[in-house]
Structures are given as structure tokens and as C-alpha cells.
Design a protein around this ligand. Structure first.
Ligand code: CA
Length: 558
């Protein structure tokens, strides 16, 4: 039987079906690590909902793991006994790790069949493996990584899936119909917001096919070293933001007149009459300036109002993936379901981006192997290396990523968080790497290098051309973007219930055994098509709660 189990696992790995492995990992095999006589019994999935609420349960992701996470709401007290016979010696909170075997000081602690650290002190089977008991390993060396050594074979194309989108003259397709007004400098932000209030009240009612008016305001444009090499990041971001497919190509800029970032730099080549410059001597007072902004907006709203949704293949989607407020379930429920949905999107021909450098850094050895070719592998390393240097300059490293909430949710360190984070990228080859704010140039699974900060990642993915984002969360966040719908996916059912009017999709059903990763992934895929079509509105859009655009500005301020 042990041989049978081993072969099954190897076969699954070869298929790169991590999801399936995770699905069958809700087992309680011999917790001393000897698989002899045990079976991959899905005891976790059995029983009624009532029984599930009380029966002590854990999730072990790989047979080689010597820790598992506790599933039960509110955790489990000492003396709780799992079906396999393991008894807890201490209280273990929900989502936190329990030792499945004795672990001596210095011995590796394994989750996802990867080393997430070494035991800082002796740990006994049944004890809570909290953060203080784990020493963090060093990150993978960047100069000895395997490049494109395990490129996944293309999966069967998925035909016939469509959504109702707004096709643009350049061929791109939006999921929303939004007038976006660019700004070249923070000085004009208040004026633009004043004008937008009037535009929404006085003009928007005339144009029922336009969803919204959004000011692309930010803190950049002046008081910065505009010619420093790193200035390219925020400038490129602002240029590309204006070209997001949800904005229909109707670019206009509000500027001041003396700023370093001249407004014309934000206009696509060949357009030059779409700037309102506040210091222009023709304007007699604030009212005249606001009138000019409204007049320019009116003309663009009329064009946007003629846009209509039409049936488009799913291959026209540009989807961004992100997580925030992660917990130990992120890598077990929401991210695997999202990874499954991402594979479906890639099979359907869409462009899909995952990001957040500090959350992939410790798992980079798993990604460079998946690179479609050595060039893509080297580009992954380039982005990791640049970020290592960026953090080092600030006297920080990737351990600065984890938050108190992450740790409360059971994630001991960035290594464990990273392993759970990359699962959302699915199992397909990584076909391209974008520097921060670069535009998407290919279909398939793409790594778009961004900080992990939710708002900065969101802003950069919008600049890359993202028309819809899927965001997984364990702790919960009201995060939303005005420019593109954000589907928020909870890792736990308890959060989805409590935040029933903020969370759009519950992946916690996977942990409670009510649904498989595949079923949940398919449901999420269908929801993505629905939201992209405007048929379903995400909660952040229903409430109108949206975060600020936040530029990544690694260059110097003057
Ligand atoms: Ca994030």
C-alpha cells in the first residue's frame, strides 16, 4: 500500500497537479511519517457539517511534511485527538501549525514538501509550532538556480468561453467603461477632484453607458529627480495607466504648468490637444479652469457613451492576481483555487499576471524551473536581484514583508507565506516577465514584478493593462480599485460569512470539505467571466469603496 501511495504521489507531481495533491492531502496518515499500512483516506471530507465543526482536523499538504495546520474555527485545546491518534500537547490556534513528529533543534520544518525553517528548539509531536520555534532559512541563491528545466507542457486549449466586453480600436478589450483623467503632478489633485464631483453630478447623467469618472491622481510629478534612471518606473506607470483598456483610449491630462513631468509626456504619440494646464494665461480664475476640464471631459464622455459591450473570447481578458492579509489557509484554499482558475484562463488564451516580488523571492527556485525558456528565467532572476538590492539599500530584507496579521493567521515567516503565495500562479509555464509598470505583450502566465503592497501592486498591474483583478485574503481587507473590478476571495468560510457584504467568493469551502479545489476553481473562473461582463458587480464597486492609486517611486525625491 505504501508503494501504491508513493507512486500515486509521484504521478501527481509529474502531472504538476499540485492542486490535486493538495486536495487529497486532507488526510491523517501515520503522523510518525511511516506510510506503511496507511491509506490516502479522505477522512477530512467525511461527516456532516455538524460533525465537522467539532471533530479535530488538520491539513497536511505533502506526505513529507512534519507539520500540518489546524482547520477548526477558534483552534483546538490541548488533549484534542485527531482521527490518526495524534494528541495535542498544547492549544493550537486555527491555521497554526502542529508538529506531526518530534523535531530536534536544527532539523528542518517542512510544509508544501519545502523547508520553511529549522527548529529553534526541541519540538515534540502534538506541540504548537509557533513563530518563535522556527529559524528562517536563507533565501535561494540567485546565481545557481535552474532555468527552464521543468517547463510544463501546454495544457489542452479551452474553447468556447466568452465574456461581454468593450472592444477598443487597438483591439484590447475593457471590462468597464470609465473616463480616466490623468494628472501630471499632485498640485492639481484637489482641483481635479472638485471638477470630477461636478462632472459626475452634471455631465454623467447624460451618458448612461459610461460607468464612472476616475481621476488618476498621485504624489509624483515634481519635487523629484525626474531624470534619475529610476524615474522611469513612475513615469512609465502613469503613461501606461492612461492606456488601460477600461478607459477606451480617451486620454486627457490636467497639469499645472511648471512641473517637472510635462503633461505632454502622458499623452500617447500623435495626440497633443488633450491637456488643461492650470497656469495657462487664458484662464481667468478657478471657475474658468474647472469649466475647461468639464468641457474636455464632456467631449470624451460622448465618445465613451457610444461604446457597447460585445461578445469577446476569454482570450481577450487581462487578469491580475494578488493577495493581501494572507493566513495559513491562503496556500491551502484560496490560492490553489485561484491557481486552478488561472490555469483555465491560460488554457482559454488569456493573459494572467502574478506579482509581489517579496512573496515569490523565497520560492523563486520553483519558478525559474517553470520559465518557458532561459531568457524568461534570467528575467525572473533580474527582478529578484534588483529587489534584493532595493531592500538592502533601505537596510531591510524580505522578512520585512510579513505583517502581524499574517503571523496571527499562522504564517511563521516569509518563506511559508511565499510557498502559499505562488500557488496562485497555477501550473503553466511562465512565458514573460514585466518590469514594474510595463505593458503586457503576450498571452499566458506572466510575472509582473511589483512590490507586495496591495495598492502599489494594484496600480502597477493596472498600468500593465489589467482589466480585472482577483484578490485572495485570509485576514480580510475592503481593498478595491475604481479602474477595474476586484474579486475578493476569502481563504476561510468564517470570514466570508462575517464579511458577507465585502467578500465576493468563499474558497474556505475547500477546507471544510464542502467543495474540491477543481470545483471551486471552476466556480471562480465562471465568476471572473460574469464580473468581466458586468453581469455581477463586486462588493467594492457596489459600495463604491476604492483605494488610491499609489505609484512605486524607487527614485530620489529632491
Ligand atoms: Ca499584496
Amino acid at each position: 500500500m505504501a508503494e501504491c501511495v508513493r507512486k500515486l504521489i509521484i504521478a501527481m507531481r509529474q502531472m504538476r497537479e499540485f492542486h490535486i495533491l493538495a486536495k487529497t492531502a486532507y488526510t491523517c496518515p501515520d503522523w510518525r511519517g511511516d506510510a506503511a499500512g496507511s491509506t490516502l483516506k479522505e477522512n477530512f471530507v467525511t461527516g456532516t457539517a455538524t460533525a465537522q465543526a467539532f471533530e479535530p482536523r488538520y491539513i497536511r499538504l505533502d506526505p513529507n511534511d512534519n507539520v500540518a495546520i489546524v482547520v477548526n474555527d477558534r483552534g483546538l485545546p490541548a488533549k484534542s485527538r485527531f482521527a490518526c491518534g495524534l494528541e495535542l500537547r498544547t492549544f493550537v490556534p486555527q491555521g497554526h501549525k502542529v508538529a506531526l513528529s518530534d523535531i530536534a533543534p536544527g532539523e528542518p520544518i517542512r510544509r508544501y514538501n519545502e523547508v520553511i525553517g529549522t527548529a529553534a528548539k526541541s519540538i515534540l509531536a502534538g506541540e504548537w509550532v509557533d513563530e518563535a520555534r522556527i529559524d528562517m532559512p536563507t533565501p535561494p541563491e540567485l546565481d545557481s538556480l535552474e532555468l527552464a528545466t521543468a517547463v510544463p507542457a501546454p495544457q489542452a486549449p479551452l474553447e468556447g468561453y466568452t465574456f461581454e466586453g468593450f472592444r477598443n480600436p487597438d483591439g484590447s478589450v475593457g471590462t468597464k467603461n470609465v473616463l480616466a483623467i490623468s494628472t501630471s503632478v499632485q498640485c492639481v489633485a484637489g482641483t481635479l477632484q472638485f471638477a470630477i464631483k461636478r462632472i459626475k453630478a452634471e455631465l454623467l447623467p447624460k451618458y448612461p453607458n459610461v460607468d464612472d469618472v476616475v481621476g488618476l491622481t498621485h504624489n509624483y510629478g515634481c519635487g523629484v529627480a525626474i531624470n534619475a534612471p529610476l524615474a522611469i518606473v513612475p513615469i512609465r506607470t502613469l503613461q501606461n495607466l492612461a492606456l488601460n483598456p477600461n478607459f477606451g483610449g480617451e486620454v486627457m491630462v490636467v497639469g499645472l504648468g511648471c512641473e517637472k513631468l510635462v503633461p505632454e509626456r502622458l499623452l500617447p504619440e500623435g495626440t497633443d490637444s488633450s491637456v488643461v494646464r492650470m497656469q495657462d494665461e487664458a484662464f481667468d480664475g478657478f471657475g474658468a479652469i474647472v469649466d475647461a476640464i468639464m468641457e474636455m471631459a464632456d467631449a470624451r464622455l460622448a465618445v465613451l457613451n457610444a461604446r457597447r459591450r460585445e461578445t469577446c473570447p476569454a482570450s481577450d481578458l487581462v487578469i491580475g492576481l494578488q493577495c493581501g492579509g494572507s493566513d495559513a489557509f491562503s496556500g491551502v484554499t484560496a490560492n490553489p483555487a485561484l491557481g486552478f482558475a488561472a490555469d483555465l484562463l491560460v488554457r482559454a488564451g488569456a493573459a494572467v499576471m502574478f506579482s509581489e516580488v517579496t512573496e515569490v523571492r523565497d520560492a523563486i527556485h520553483l519558478l525559474t524551473r517553470r520559465a518557458a525558456n532561459e531568457e524568461v528565467g534570467r528575467a525572473l532572476i533580474r527582478e529578484m536581484d534588483w529587489y534584493d538590492g532595493y531592500l538592502a539599500k533601505g537596510d531591510a530584507d524580505r522578512s520585512a514583508n510579513t505583517t502581524p496579521g499574517n503571523k496571527k493567521g499562522g504564517l511563521a515567516n516569509i518563506v511559508e507565506k511565499s510557498l502559499g503565495s505562488i500557488v496562485k500562479s497555477g501550473t503553466s509555464a511562465i512565458v514573460d516577465v514585466l518590469a514594474p509598470g510595463e505593458r503586457v505583450r503576450t498571452k499566458g502566465m506572466i510575472f509582473a514584478a511589483t512590490p507586495a503592497s496591495d495598492f502599489i501592486c494594484g496600480t502597477l498591474q493596472l498600468a500593465s493593462g489589467m482589466t480585472l483583478q482577483v484578490f485572495t485574503t485570509g485576514r480580510g481587507t475592503p481593498y478595491g480599485l475604481a479602474a477595474a473590478p476586484v474579486i475578493k476571495v476569502s481563504t476561510r468560510t468564517e470570514l466570508a460569512r462575517r464579511w458577507k457584504d465585502l467578500i465576493d467568493f468563499d474558497a474556505g469551502r475547500i477546507a471544510t470539505g464542502e467543495a474540491t479545489i477543481e470545483e471551486t476553481g471552476w466556480d471562480l473562473f465562471r465568476l471572473i467571466l460574469d464580473v468581466a461582463s458586468g453581469r455581477t458587480k463586486v462588493w467594492s464597486d457596489r459600495w463604491g469603496i476604492h483605494n488610491d492609486l499609489t505609484l512605486f517611486t524607487p527614485g530620489p525625491v529632491t
